[in-house]
Design a protein around this ligand. Sequence first.
Ligand code: SAH
Length: 195
Amino acid sequence: MFNETMYKFLLAIIILITLLIRWYYRFKFYHKTQKVASSFKTREIVIAGSIGLSFFIPIILYYTDKLRFFNLNFPISVRILGGFFLLLNTLFLGWIHYTLGKNWSPILEIHKEQTLIISGPYKYVRHPMYTSLLFYTLGLPLLSSNWLMGLLPFISFIGVYSIRIPSEEQMMMSVFGKQYQFYMEKTKRIIPFLF
Ligand code: SAH
């Protein structure tokens, strides 16, 4: 029963839910608001594009059976657990988007009616969406039993953590000032109590 086709099917469902969440919030809110601050626009577009490609390329290769060389031979239990973890992560992503609402943007920007969100997942960490990105990089290699499915997305996570987060926090500070500073003192970036 548990053959590669089944894992591919499960992954397709996970990808579809993820894309539906992203698209729903993109079309509902994005581009409908006036921007007051945007940082490093070209660099940001490159980062956003690289994140997309770091997932897209290995996924396409996986579906076309070109990734066998990177196979990890995980047992069924590990693969199913990875799929379950990814499904939970899509719920987490939905919760994040729901909480962030119209404040979300794919590149670093702040718009006119933006408010500082500190509720829901934002109560525990400042960048839950990047936590969720990290969770995708962990779940994908487990479900696909393939290390390239984790390596490329993880590289983009490192880029997000070391380049995008510092700029994002600087941008948030420039608009929300003391309010954001106070929020920074109370929360960690990605994992509660850790980092
Ligand atoms: N870094 C956040 C959000 C990613 S989306 C996360 O990982 O969950 C990026 C946009 O979200 C940024 O352009 C910024 O305008 C907005 N943003 C980030 N943190 C926010 C917050 N606490 N409240 C409101 N908007 C926020």
